[in-house]
Design a protein around this ligand. Structure first.
Ligand code: ADP
Length: 556
């Protein structure tokens, strides 16, 4: 008996060798399900393989192949193993029931059948099967989603990794470009400073030797131009040094009044030449002796005051020092540089602190400059923990300000009697001292020989580090002036070698470099040199340093 095909209804297969049993079950189910039957186990398996039913009602006791054997066959095949099977039997003992359920049957119905029980069990198991299928489907979906997501994530990870590699490569390239830039700037600076050193040095010497007014005037112009060029080289150099985060702080005790005086000595002549009133005001409550980086303070003040004079046609330029905060051991000071010059447009007040920016490019020709001073100043001030800003009104003038902290200092003892110039002092203390000058540049050798000769020093020259090392083996020197970059053997290696020779542990070695990078200075000091000067060295500084180190160094 086969029910009419109705695709929406689940298909039930009854396997029983007794037709009356099949008929009884069929009658119960036919209204709600499609029903198939088989009168033997083997026939039943055949039908299952043709069209898998949704549920099987399986008689236990059958000839040839009993219910357990049929069930075992169904369980073996993955295509049929999931079909729910309800055993139907006349046995009522618990053993049979247990055996059937243990084998994997979903349920057990006793004969004679109770129609209500059959319907209810079939319905429940079909519903269960439905849920299982739905669960499987959902699981499958979930697995697919997880797979998709995993793939997406892997893809993202791959992209991020590729990006990281690209970024690393960029960083390596940027670092290489930076190193190349620093090398280039270092070399450029060396190349520029060596001839500048010659120009400034010879000009200085001629100024001392020439009496003709016209010639002196021309020499003064050469000196001004060379100093201007020197300031530009310094700006470019400082900028790249600060950009790389390099800042060496030199802390000394100093008299604030002296620093302001030194700055004024540089600025005042230019202000006077433009008929500007130049004034300095120091708040009386500011302590006289401070401890801090006087060189940086001076550098920033000279720059701001230089700008104030440069951008002011008439009126005044004033420097003011105010006490912001004081404690028992330190102070915060505020410095103001005020002028009555051309002023700055409000829209440019921030950008002028950016490198290479000038408030009005059309003014560049009139005023000169490269637009680096303020950005260097601000960086310098920020690196030592201060702040810098400006207030300005076009046509009325500008007021640049910055803050800087200092410890309270102790009064210094002066080495140089005030009535002698550095040259005279050096001459008085160390005439006939023997100096070895090591430099590969012939013109530099010439200048230093003249400059040192003026002070009465006796100078030998070596053309490179190797020659210097062989000379110190046979001669006694009181001081060595050492260029850093030289062929065959540079100054750093030469200093290391000399320091390792017996009896040369204390003799002063002063590095004179065209490359003022802090790392070059570091290398020189680490190699055992005592001081580091950057070409072109102002004569006064050179004489002072020579005097200081000839006093300090233990002579051989
Ligand atoms: P530079 O003076 O070499 O151009 P700076 O960085 O020192 O470079 O200054 C940047 C710009 O800020 C200048 O070009 C100028 O336009 C403006 N500036 C600086 N100081 C003053 C000032 N005291 N008065 C008017 N403008 C100023």
């Amino acid at each position: 008996m086969t029910s009419q095909a109705a695709p929406a209804k689940p298909l039930i297969l009854i396997i029983d060798d007794i037709p009356a049993n099949v008929e009884a079950l069929g009658e119960v189910l036919v209204n709600d399900y499609d029903v198939q039957f088989a009168l033997s186990g083997s026939k039943g398996l055949e039908l299952v393989r043709q069209q898998a039913p949704d549920l099987i009602l399986l008689d236990v006791m059958m000839p040839e192949m009993d219910g357990y054997a049929v069930f075992a066959e169904l369980a073996r095949d993955p295509k049929t193993s999931k079909i729910p099977v309800i055993f139907v039997t006349a046995y009522s003992d618990a053993d049979n029931e247990t055996r059937a359920l243990a084998a994997g049957a979903v349920d057990f119905i006793h004969k004679p059948i109770n129609p209500v029980v059959v319907c209810s069990r079939v319905k429940s198991h079909l519903a269960l099967k439905c849920h299982e299928l739905e669960l499987e489907r959902l699981n499958g979906e979930l697995e697919n989603r997880v797979k998709e997501r995993t793939y997406e994530l892997e893809e993202r990870t791959r992209q991020v990794e590729a990006l990281n590699i690209a970024l690393e490569q960029r960083a390596i390239q940027a670092e290489a470009a930076n190193i190349a830039k620093r090398h280039f700037l270092g070399n450029m600076s060396h190349e520029l400073r060596t001839p500048l050193n010659a120009i400034i040095g010879f000009t200085g010497l001629l100024q001392n030797q020439v009496a003709d007014k016209g010639q002196l005037e021309k020499l003064a112009r050469i000196a001004r131009s060379a100093n201007h060029l020197d300031a530009i080289v310094n700006d470019i150099f400082d900028f790249s040094n600060l950009e790389a985060g390099n800042l060496i702080r030199t802390t000394t005790d100093f008299e604030l009044k002296t620093v302001i005086k030194e700055v004024s000595d540089i600025i005042e002549p230019a202000a006077c030449a433009k008929k500007l009133v130049y004034t300095t005001e120091i708040d009386p409550s500011v302590p006289g002796i401070l401890k801090g980086d006087a060189a940086k303070l001076k550098q920033v003040l000279v720059n701001l005051l230089g700008n104030a004079v440069k951008y002011t046609h008439e009126g005044s330029v004033c420097i003011r020092v105010l006490l912001k905060r004081a404690s028992v051991d330190d102070v915060d000071l505020r410095f103001e540089v005020q002028d009555t010059g051309i002023g700055i447009e409000p829209s440019k007040l921030n950008s002028i602190f950016e490198p290479f920016v000038q408030a009005d490019n059309t003014l560049t020709r009139q005023f000169g400059g490269v637009g680096l001073g303020l950005s260097i100043n601000r960086k310098l001030i920020e690196m030592v923990g201060g702040k810098m800003g400006v207030a300005s009104e076009v046509g009325k003038g500008s007021s640049f300000w910055f803050t800087m902290s200092f410890k309270l200092g102790k009064p210094q003892t002066k080495l140089v009697p005030p009535y002698l110039t550095p040259l005279e002092t050096l001459k008085a203390h160390h005439a006939k001292a023997k100096v070895l000058l090591v430099d590969d540049d012939f013109i530099t050798q010439e200048i230093f020989q003249e400059v040192l000769g003026e002070a009465g020093l006796l100078v030998d020259t070596a053309n490179d580090g190797l020659e210097a090392v062989s000379m110190v083996v046979d001669h006694r020197y009181d001081l060595i002036l050492m260029d850093v970059e030289m062929p065959l053997m540079g100054g750093v290696d030469a200093a290391l070698k000399i320091r390792s020779l017996p009896g040369w542990g204390q003799t002063a070695i002063i590095a004179i470099s065209g490359n003022g990078y802090d790392e070059v200075k570091d290398r020189c000091i680490k190699a055992g040199m005592n001081a580091f000067l950057v070409k072109p060295v102002p004569l006064e500084i050179l004489y002072q340093e020579l005097d200081k180190w000839l006093n300090t160094g233990t002579q051989n």
